[in-house]
Design a protein around this ligand. Structure first.
Ligand code: NDP
Length: 323
């Protein structure tokens, strides 16, 4: 079968399309024929070595497809099921992937493979951030960085579902239009405006209750000045680069703030929790309550271009590989 492999860490051209043996599912595993695979920053981090994996690496932690075989003791899915998954298994940049069966979620009939693959990782991330890490209520104001981005657009939509007031940062007019269409009450151009000044102005000096920060080094420290006392900084990503180590006493000086660095795996820790989030995300996708934006679809052979596009800051929504 066709598969993307990395035998040396580095740039996008290190990813090679190879012929690999068809994988065989072991106990409690299922073999999924991949119909669409999500392209995510986590794949970039494994490719460059920021996140560690053994070489040769397989990449891709999000996909939708059809169960084509199951190992022993699999109760969650059956051959022929339309399924999607995110995060726990690596290797979805391929024609087939072996996945722990408990990670697989059935796709509603009304959702196609592309939208299911596009919804899983960023959708469940937006879900845990807005419903669990800092459960928003109508009295809350949040700041969402990169509000037109893959995770950002979905966080904005879910924050509005929960009734919060939502500020979003973006870099361009086109992204501002997308962030507003997703539901942002206020859009801030963080490349040309001082977002701290804007947040203080828009909140009468109080600051927001929570920041969902996927951008990292360029936004993190200034963000701490924009949060009300005892509010929360949710540092969940690093599209501009990793945040430097922090002296905890800074959180006291800034107003007894809470800081968390969450990840999807820890918020889908059991099958029950995974199903709760995935069913809501895929159900809202089916009903149209959640709008999933696919920004590009590539064959496996164009994986390097997909990574270049994701890292280029030009995308707004999901990039997919279709084997
Ligand atoms: P996005 O679609 O948000 O793409 C990145 C966006 O970040 C860009 O479009 C850009 O928006 C903004 N950005 C700001 N500075 C830069 C820069 N220097 N280079 C590139 N982009 C920049 O990506 P995702 O939503 O997929 O992921 C964002 C981050 O969140 C990643 O670090 C990812 O790993 C992380 N993440 C973490 C999860 C978790 O559970 N912890 C789960 C999902 C994602 P603009 O042009 O408007 O500034």
């Amino acid at each position: 079968m066709k598969q993307i492999q990395v035998d040396q860490l580095g740039g996008p051209d290190r990813m090679k399309l190879v012929d690999a043996p068809n994988p065989v599912p072991g106990p409690k595993q299922a073999l999924v024929e991949i119909k669409a695979a999500g392209v995510n920053f986590i794949d970039v981090y494994f490719r460059t070595g920021l996140y560690k994996g053994d070489l040769p690496l397989t990449l891709g932690q999000e996909a939708a497809g059809i169960v084509s075989a199951v190992g022993a003791d699999v109760t969650e899915v059956a051959v022929g099921d339309r399924v999607a998954y995110a995060i726990m298994a690596r290797g979805s940049y391929a024609a087939f992937a072996v996945v722990p069966a408990w990670q697989l979620v059935r796709i509603p009939d009304a959702v196609d493979f592309e939208h299911a693959a596009a919804a899983m990782l960023q959708g469940m991330t937006a879900h845990y951030l807005t419903h669990s890490t800092f459960p928003l209520s109508p009295s809350d104001t949040c700041l969402v960085h990169a509000a037109a981005g893959g995770a950002g657009r979905l966080i904005v939509q879910m924050a509005k579902m929960r009734g919060a007031r939502v500020f979003g940062t973006v870099s361009t007019e086109a992204k501002a239009a997308l962030a507003k269409a997703a539901g942002c009450d206020e859009v801030i151009f963080y490349t040309t405006q001082d977002f701290e000044v804007e947040v203080k102005r828009l909140t009468g000096g109080r600051g927001v209750d929570v920041i969902y920060d996927s951008v990292g080094v360029t936004t993190f420290l200034k963000g701490l000045n924009c949060i009300r006392p005892r509010g929360m900084m949710v540092a969940f990503g690093q599209s501009s680069g990793a945040v430097a180590p922090l002296d905890p006493s800074v959180l006291n000086v800034k107003g007894a703030l809470f800081l968390t660095r969450p990840s999807l795996g820890h918020y889908c820790a059991t099958r029950e929790e995974l199903l709760l989030r995935a069913r809501e995300v895929l159900g809202w996708t089916a009903s149209g309550k959640l709008n999933i934006r696919i920004d590009g679809t590539y064959p496996l052979s164009d994986v390097a271009q997909a990574h270049r596009d994701l890292e280029s800051r030009k995308t707004a929504g999901k990039l997919l590989l279709v084997p």
